[in-house]
Design a protein around this ligand. Structure first.
Ligand SMILES: [Zn+2]
Length: 375
């Protein structure tokens, strides 16, 4: 019996994934695509319709024989709430099963906020989205920067939001939740956002690199996020032995050269004005262009490690630094050419994400949404 219920669960996921990727589809088209017998297909489809995962939509006249009713994802029933805590704001999105954004919220907080302030701001984001979901919430995802201990659902260490160190993630939200809560680290969650809603759709493997105060990567292989909470720490790849001191205690890490906070300090000097975030930078002068070119060279050295080891068909870059692609990319290409094997480099496409600051909240919703389709 255990095997049968396992098979049934897998087949339900396969049907939903087929409809997501190729739908709307008729029952017979899905059965052919997945090599399912008609009776099982009919039973599973009826079940998925009754539970609000699929809906009937129009008639398929394209195939020979009797026209079949088309099935599509039900966009009205199961909803997903994604929440993101960054170093200075809480944000959230409410999505339906096909990834359409039904609502969004964001609230800033002071960079040195107390835990109770962060909780209060997170509630201000969560509660309106919960009300909007109107009892149809399937699951909640919460993401934040740092190393998470999934076994105990606590923040092991968050360099960006130190007040969260050691905090049980469950305590950040109200005691009574209407649905299951999932967690993920925010850079890794951005890779899930790309997989389900962005440039990673239709790809089975790619790497997403997040350039912020911390530098992290999400590695997607065969449509799954790889590694545990310690995977993807590309920010601590050493690009300059005995180089600059990094916050991690080592010297010469990529993060010590291209962390947003370090670049802001360097750009403040170059532009002779105080700059707190890269979004504040206006017109560049030659000194600021030189700072950005140096960041591009450092980034290329870090990416060369990914290119040489994984040779993923696609690398997607996230972060405010990419506003300066014109200054960053030529220098990044130069150092990729220096440090990556040509046979690997030629197979890797490097792109900039089309998501803005919302990527991590989308990724938070993608954590439970992805489980619907892939388990
Ligand atoms: Zn480091």
């Amino acid at each position: 019996m255990a095997n049968q219920s396992y098979l049934k669960r897998i087949n339900r996921q396969r049907i939903l994934l087929a409809v997501r990727e190729s739908g709307p589809l008729s029952r017979s088209a899905i059965a052919d695509l997945l090599a399912l017998d008609r009776k099982s297909m009919t039973n599973l489809a009826n079940e998925l319709i009754a539970e609000g995962w699929l809906c009937e939509t129009g008639v398929d006249y394209s195939s020979r024989g009797r026209p079949g009713t088309l099935l599509d994802l039900d966009r009205t029933q199961h909803l997903f709430l994604g929440l993101h805590l960054s170093e200075n704001q809480a944000s959230g999105v409410l999505l339906n099963l096909s990834g359409e954004i039904l609502g969004r919220q964001e609230r800033p907080y002071a960079p040195v906020a107390f835990l109770k302030d962060i909780r209060a701001v997170l509630q201000e984001v969560y509660l309106p989205l919960l009300r909007l979901a109107g009892g149809k919430l399937h699951a909640i995802g919460l993401v934040l920067p740092g190393i998470l201990d999934f076994a105990s659902a606590t923040v092991q260490r968050s360099v960006n939001i130190p007040v969260l160190d050691g905090v049980e993630l469950r305590r950040l939200l109200p005691r009574e939740l209407p649905s299951e809560l999932y967690f993920e680290e925010s850079s890794r969650a951005k890779a899930l956002a790309e997989l389900w809603f962005g440039q990673g759709q239709g790809r089975s493997s790619f790497v997403c690199v997040d350039l912020g105060i911390g530098i992290g990567a999400g590695i997607i292989l065969e449509k799954h996020l790889q590694g545990g909470p310690y995977a993807g720490e590309i920010g601590h790849v050493i690009i300059q032995p005995e180089g600059r001191q990094c916050a991690c205690g080592h010297r010469g890490c990529l993060e010590a050269y291209i962390s947003e906070s370090i670049l802001c300090r360097e750009l403040s000097q170059a532009l002779q004005q105080p700059i707190a975030t890269l979004d504040e930078v206006g017109a560049l002068n030659p000194a600021a262009e030189a700072v950005l070119a140096q960041a591009g060279r450092a980034l290329g050295l870090g990416l060369a490690t990914i290119v040489n080891i994984l040779c993923p068909p696609l690398v997607i870059l996230h972060g405010s630094l990419l506003r300066f692609a014109q200054q960053i990319f030529p220098a990044m290409e130069d150092s990729l050419a220096t440090a990556a094997l040509p046979s690997c480099r030629s197979r890797v496409e490097v792109r900039v994400s089309s998501f803005g600051a919302e990527a991590a909240a989308l990724g938070a919703a993608a954590v439970p949404l992805g489980r619907v389709f892939l388990g």
